[in-house]
Design a binder for this molecule. Structure first.
Ligand SMILES: [Zn+2]
Length: 368
């Protein structure tokens, strides 16, 4: 460490991961707590001891590219996970962050949607691991995964899927062959994947999975996808939520797999269990779990009210895309196609709730 370094600031290590950014900072005031504003790189203990050699590398003023990379990693994943992801890129894999008892994360590049670039592969267990959502096909990234497993001296014995989407399952076949580990999913996901990917064993609603002394309950949570499931730790409040929500931004509800009414009731079900940590398939861990779930429900209901008002104001039956400029006023045109899918999900829910009627592809308000 020298005075030309950078500082990765962690507001309070006791809070765990800070969704921080790389900041220029003054020399650290003391060994435990660092305030920003200067030019030091310090990874606080929130990032774990493995990150310290990494910090030394990043402090190298002759490596601006590395510093840029670090910024991007930390901005995308938060401090702890970002530092780990960077260690993979640098070819010196650190131990993957332990986010909850028996749950580690290895984010891997995947064919997913912006703003995300990775799918978080969760490692559940210790010596015997289940891999959750292997959504990466890239040989280089999978070789990093192997290096990480070697460091952990762990063996993979199962592959768990939260749902059918490509950015969650595309590495499953490769990893099944590599580790001779069965692929498991819900019955509905297995059916939807038929012909694309073989599922070896099904999960049942309420099934309890034991890993390294921790018990996880399988919860069926349709909405983002019909066969979506969540793994809930029975102790400690951690949930592996797949695409029920994302660390950053919102998830797509795209009919017919997407069903907004089912989605909202699944979110309420998760909320009722009072989780304290949500581990999504994309983005950093979510520690304000219940407020985030409540915000998400409120956000969808606000949008629904806008859709209903726009539908009532329309003088003739409308196509979903007709309402986009009004309901998504202020959004760039580039999101209009996705917004039209989301609007369709809202309109179908209004039909289901008896507030709208559908005639072929057009919708009109009922009553009022
Ligand atoms: Zn998905």
């Amino acid at each position: 460490m020298n005075d030309r370094g950078w500082m990765l600031r962690c507001r309070d290590a006791g809070q765990g991961i800070w969704h921080g950014e790389l900041k220029e900072s003054a020399a650290p005031a003391d060994g435990a707590r660092y305030e920003a504003e200067g030019r030091w790189l310090v990874l606080s203990d929130g990032a774990g001891p493995d990150a310290l050699p990494l910090a030394a590398q990043l402090a190298d003023p002759d490596q601006p590219a590395l510093v840029r990379q670090a910024r991007a990693c930390v901005a995308e994943f938060g401090l702890q996970v970002g530092a780990f992801r960077l260690s993979l890129q640098l070819g010196k894999p650190a131990l993957p962050p332990l986010l909850a008892p028996a749950v580690r994360v290895v984010p891997l590049r995947s064919p997913t949607l912006a703003p995300h670039t990775c799918t978080n592969l969760y490692l559940v267990g210790e010596a015997q691991l289940a891999l959750v959502d292997p959504g990466c096909e890239c040989a280089e990234e999978l070789s990093w995964l192997e290096a990480v497993l070697e460091r952990l001296e762990a063996r993979v014995d199962e592959i768990w899927l939260t749902h059918l989407h490509h950015d969650h399952v595309c590495g499953a076949d490769t990893l099944r062959r590599r580790f001779a580990a069965p692929v498991r999913a819900s019955a509905r996901t297995a059916e939807d994947l038929h012909g694309r990917l073989k599922v070896d064993r099904l999960f049942d609603e309420g099934e309890i999975l034991e890993r390294a002394g921790q018990r996880f309950e399988v919860m069926t949570t349709p909405g983002h996808a019909q066969g979506h499931i969540v793994f809930r730790a029975l102790e400690g409040g951690c949930m592996l939520v797949g695409d029920m929500l994302a660390g950053v931004g919102t998830v797509v509800i795209d009919p017919p797999q997407g069903d907004l009414k089912a989605y909202l009731s699944s979110l309420r079900r998760l909320c009722a269990r009072q989780p304290s940590l949500l581990l999504a398939a994309h983005g950093p861990p979510i520690r304000d779990a219940v407020p985030r779930l409540e915000q998400l429900i409120a956000h969808r209901l606000r949008r629904e009210a806008m859709v209903l008002a726009a539908l009532r104001a329309a003088s003739a039956p409308v196509l979903p895309r007709d309402l986009v400029p009004e309901v998504y006023a202020g959004y760039p045109k580039s999101v209009y196609a996705a917004a039209a899918r989301s609007l369709l999900a809202h309109l179908l829910k209004l039909v289901d709730d008896g507030l709208a009627r559908r005639e072929q592809r057009r919708f009109m308000a009922l009553g009022a």
